[in-house]
Design a binder for this molecule. Structure first.
Ligand code: 4AD
Ligand code: MG
Length: 494
């Protein structure tokens, strides 16, 4: 089995322990095969890095039958001497002494040929797309970000808490849940009044896939101080957009004794730190994606081209402070903006609306040109658990608007909302009153309310959509391209 990952081999080639002169075995998938008069060149990739290793055989060295089976996508084990490369583009190459073909890939049938494939086409072959440069780069970056997230929280004294995936509660109160049941789909047992009798279901009650681990996260924070979750999250909203998935991964830190300001400080430091980690540890992959984006930009109209390259954009985010303002201030800016005056927004701007992506993008991309944290949203458009502000919002002209809550949304260029969070209502009476207003039965989550009954404390937290972060860091345009096997309306192949 002994073989050297290509990443390790190429890295050693630049160090003092150069492998030149030694014999090594590499294993991987053929990206391209090129034949010249004197030699055969095989570019082999094993996924450890975006770089290929070039394997060279002399013309006539390999039997014709073997050579024929070495095609793009086939899998090989190659043993040979590591030598300095004659060609440009790589420092070393491997002189083939022995080839073992593990698996062939019939060029008539193998869908990934060495040419540019559209992202739409690659989505149809999601089982093979990790073998392309673009997707292997994305998946390595995704891994690095996941690792950086665990590292960040570990370094800052947080405990990783696993919250349930099957749940009987709707944490966001939005009713966008996937049901989990073992009842007969055609003839479920019914109650006397004709409803499905969930008391006969597996869990003896109606259960769903979780939309958020927050409620259980709060229980953890009220015992361990600082916790975070990092798990799959499910939303049955019928959003066919480039920013929504039906199954995505969310990171939810929850901290006892944190107020809104602390929550914002943590969110900002956290995203900057994990982005910095990716810049430091994924240089090759980011350079590849940066270049890919530049090439793609060349095919676009001038006004649609990005102002900053991918790496410049990432640097820009980690080197600038996020702008912080209230929802009410943002509404003022939007109302007096050019697009509002010219009637260019599709949705009218007024206090109380849920900001649409066109509004968020105006604030982030046009007005501030920086990531923005919006706070103190209208209570009516946010979840029941958010801490209520004492005073209603007022405009600079003294107009009094409705009540607000200590919410915070972090908005990123090209992405819109990347983080949503808040300080939590720790007062039992206020929380229960709000639940009753929005029609949530307090008894249904009696265990959640117990945190407010016993040793309640100020606390806060937020949720980062992992795929939205990966989308931002990789510069991709569609969230379905930053998760290995996307789940979206009418999409669950693989
Ligand atoms: O704003 P959301 O709905 O907040 C919560 O779920 C809170 N319980 C978080 C908390 O305070 N602990 O979702 C949080 C983030 C969003 O900002 C977005 O990045 C991401 O999750 N998100 C989605 N990502 C992909 N597809 C979807 N359908 C998403 N819905 C939310
Ligand atoms: Mg949100």
């Amino acid at each position: 089995m002994s073989y050297l990952p290509i990443k390790q081999l190429l890295k050693a080639a630049t160090g003092v322990d150069s492998p030149v002169g030694s014999t090594a075995t590499v294993k991987g998938w053929v990206r391209t095969k090129r034949e010249s008069k004197n030699a055969v060149f095989i570019a082999l990739n094993d996924g450890s890095t975006i770089q290929n290793i070039q394997a060279v055989a002399e013309a006539g060295q390999l039997p014709e039958v073997t050579l024929k089976l070495i095609t793009t996508g086939s899998c090989l084990s190659i043993t040979g001497q590591i030598v300095e490369s004659q060609g440009s583009g790589q420092a070393i190459e491997i002189k083939i002494a022995e080839v073992v073909i593990y698996g062939t890939a019939d060029p008539e049938k193998y869908p990934l040929q060495p040419k540019r494939h559209s992202l739409e086409f690659l989505r149809e072959i999601a089982h093979l797309r990790p073998r392309t440069n673009t997707f292997s780069a994305i998946l390595r970056i995704r891994h690095a970000l996941a690792f950086a997230i665990h590292k960040y929280f570990n370094d800052h004294g947080f405990f990783y808490l696993n919250t349930p995936i099957i749940t009987a509660s709707d944490a966001e109160g939005a009713g966008e849940m996937f049901r989990v049941t073992t009842l007969d789909a055609i003839k479920p047992p019914l109650t006397e009044d004709g409803k499905v009798d969930y008391s006969q279901d597996f869990f003896g009650r109606e259960t769903n896939l979780t939309v958020s681990g927050q409620l259980e996260g709060e229980l953890g924070a009220m015992a361990l101080g600082k916790i975070y979750t990092f798990g799959p999250t499910f939303r049955a909203e019928n959003s066919n957009t480039t920013r929504h998935l039906a199954e995505f991964w969310m990171i939810e830190p929850e901290m006892a004794f944190y107020e809104l300001e602390d929550n914002m400080n943590l969110a900002e430091d956290f995203v900057k730190t994990v982005i910095r980690y990716a810049i430091q540890h994924c240089a090759d992959d980011l350079a590849f994606l940066d270049n890919r984006l530049k090439e793609e930009d060349k095919t676009k109209k001038k006004e649609e081209q990005s102002e900053l390259g991918l790496l410049e954009k990432l640097q820009f985010v980690i080197n600038n402070e996020f702008v912080r303002l209230t929802y009410t201030e943002a509404i003022e800016i939007l109302i007096s903006s050019k697009p509002a005056k010219k009637g260019q927004f599709q949705f009218e701007v007024k206090w109380g609306i849920d900001l649409q992506s066109e509004h968020e993008r105006y604030l982030v991309e046009k007005h501030f040109k920086k990531p923005v944290i919006l706070t103190n949203y209208p209570r009516a458009i946010k979840a029941f658990y958010m801490k209520q502000d004492h005073e209603p919002a007022t405009s600079p002209r003294g107009e009094v608007f409705g009540p607000t809550v200590r919410a915070m949304d972090v908005l990123f260029p090209g992405i819109g909302e990347i983080i949503g969070g808040s300080q939590r209502e720790e007062d039992l009476d206020k929380l229960v009153a709000r639940m009753q207003e929005v029609g949530i039965e307090p008894e249904a989550i009696w265990w959640y309310l117990d945190t407010r009954r016993f040793g309640t404390a100020p606390h806060a937290g937020f949720g980062l959509g992992f795929e939205r972060l990966v989308l931002f860091v990789t510069g991709m345009g569609n969230i379905r391209d930053v998760i290995p096997f996307p789940r979206a309306p009418k999409t669950a192949e693989f």
